[in-house]
Ligand binder design. Sequence first.
Ligand SMILES: [Fe+2]
Ligand SMILES: [Fe+2]
Length: 246
Amino acid sequence: MSILTTTFVPTQPHPTNNAPHNVWHELPKLSRHELRVEQQRTLDTPRRRYSLAARLLFIGMDLLYGRSRSLSKFRVLEIVARVPYQTWETITYKQITKRHRRPLDIRRLWDRVLEFRTQQDNEQWHLLILAELVALQRRNEAKGRENRIWYDVLPRLIAFGYWHFAWLLYALKPSWSHRLNADFEDHAEHEYALLVAEHPEWETTPYASDLAADYGSFASLADLFRQIGHDERLHKQESEQHLIAV
Ligand SMILES: [Fe+2]
Ligand SMILES: [Fe+2]
C-alpha cells in the first residue's frame, strides 16, 4: 500500500492542547480608554529589580544616547530589542534538529519558535514606526540625518554584542537570558509610559502611516506609544512565564 493512501492517526496528544495560554501569542490592540488605563497601571507599578547586566546596559545607553527620552534613543533601543528573540529562535531550531526523532518535543519546540518569532515581528513593527517618526521629526525640524557613527554603526555593534551575550546566557542557562530580557522589556514599558506623560501635546497629534497600517490605527501619537508600551509589558510577561516554567 502506498504511504499516500494510508490513513495515519497520530496517537500522541498535542502537548499544548490543555495549555492555559494561546499558543499563537498574538498581541491584542487596546481601545483608547484601555490604553490610558494601562499606561497609568504601568506608571503605578514599580520596576523589576534589574540584574547587574541589565543595569549596565541601561547605564551604557544613557551614557551613549543621553538620559532624556528622545525618539532617536528609542529607535536604537528597538534595534537591540529584537536580538534576544532572534537568538532564542536560532537555538530552538537547533534543538529541533537534535530531537528530530521525538515528535512531541518538535511540536513543543515549534510552539516556542512561534512565540519568539511573534515577539520578534512585533519588535520589528516598533522599529519601523520609530524609524519613520525619527525621519519625519528631523525633516520637520530641518535637522538632517542623525550622526552615522552614533546612530547607524554603533547600534549595530551593540546589537552584535548583545546577540552573542544573549546567546551565551541562553546556552548556559535559558532563565538567565529570559531574566535579562524581562528586565529590558520592563524598562521599555516604563520608558514608553513616561515618554507619553512628558508629551501632553501628543494627545492631539494625529498619527497615520501607510507603512505601519498593518500594525494598527491610532487616534493620536500618544495612543500609538501607549500601545507600544503595552506590547513591551506583554513581552516582559512572556519572558517571566519562562522564568516560572524553568
Ligand atoms: Fe519594542
Ligand atoms: Fe519588547
